[in-house]
Design a binder for this molecule. Structure first.
Ligand code: ADP
Ligand code: MG
Length: 292
């Protein structure tokens, strides 16, 4: 395309709230054959809320929430925000923990009053050798409801399961349909567990999804599709999406997402809506047609 037609295209896209950082991305957008979508914060609002607290022992829900909120106070993960906010809503103030550590793609750990606190997914509990049998069925039931269940252990003993739900953005279903109607294969990629991923994918009409992806493996997945001859678009909002956004043929960042994601992407969807994807592709097609 001529520099002039690209400039016109960039302007047109901007009107739709789609910020294009480089002209080449605009020209590649219409050639995308596979669009990879992150789940949390991309398909969903990314603002999960606590829905269930199931206690194993004699503690109350509020006592559990105090411990988990104290543990999560040091994390910036959307799941941590849900816990901390839920505690705040109940007037529970977190206590100061020591030895806090964030275990990427799995959860968090810390020490409080000489007790070792551990909170996260099944992978984390398995890795730490904590028996979760008691709550596996319950967790699966919560996941089938598209909620994300997390396990809480105190001194290597299972103490509770807490579930959060993250609403799907109101226009994600329509926006995904537009991509599919363009003949694009849409794939969902998430660090969340397989059952929850299955439930969310089903709700938005996606049959192709990969769950329990470790942060460092998102870019590998993009490379894999590219090696199969696909032109890959990647859409994400998180720090853990940044390498995949940079690796994709066209990276799309959610404008309300992290700065790292925005800096790694070619195109920013200022309105946060996935409709920006089909809009960008339409502008791309028009730009290329104009020069022929
Ligand atoms: P994604 O943002 O795609 O869901 P992440 O790699 O950030 O992927 O998280 C994957 C999973 O790891 C989460 O679904 C959750 O089970 C667990 N996890 C990550 N961070 C935390 C945290 N701060 N608290 C509890 N669980 C967490
Ligand atoms: Mg995300």
């Amino acid at each position: 395309a001529t520099p002039m037609s690209v400039m016109v295209g960039v302007g047109k896209a901007a009107e739709a709230g789609v910020l294009i950082r480089n002209g080449e991305a605009l020209q590649t957008a219409s050639k995308i054959t596979t669009m990879v979508l992150d789940k949390t914060g991309t398909i969903t609002e990314g603002a999960p809320k606590v829905t269930d607290i199931i206690v194993a022992g004699s503690q109350t829900e509020d006592e559990i929430l105090l411990l988990v909120a104290s543990l999560e106070a040091g994390s910036e993960h959307p799941l941590a925000m849900a816990i901390v906010e839920s505690a705040a809503d109940k007037g529970i103030s977190p206590k100061k923990v020591t030895d806090f550590a964030s275990l990427s793609g799995m959860g968090v750990e810390a020490t409080l009053q000489n007790k070792k606190l551990l909170f996260g997914n099944e992978k984390l509990m398995k890795q730490q050798g904590i028996a979760i049998d008691k709550f596996v069925d319950k967790a699966q039931q919560l996941a089938a409801e598209a909620k994300t269940p997390m396990y809480f252990a105190v001194d290597a003993e299972l103490a509770a399961v807490i579930a959060v739900a993250d609403p799907i953005k109101s226009d994600s279903i329509e926006a995904i349909k537009r991509l599919q109607n363009n003949g694009i294969r849409v794939v969902m990629l998430t660090g969340d567990n397989r059952m929850t991923a299955h439930a969310v994918a089903g709700k938005v009409g996606i049959t192709d999804f990969v769950a329990e992806v470790m942060p460092e493996d998102k870019a590998k997945k993009v490379a894999e599709y590219q090696a199969n001859g696909e032109i890959v678009g990647m859409t994400g909002d998180g720090i853990n999406d940044a390498p995949a956004l940079a690796h994709a043929n066209v990276g799309f960042a959610i404008g309300t997402g992290t700065d790292v994601a925005i800096e790694s992407a070619d195109i920013t969807l200022m309105r946060g809506s996935l409709h920006g994807l089909a809009d960008a592709i339409a502008v791309s097609k028009a730009t290329l047609t104009n020069i022929k």
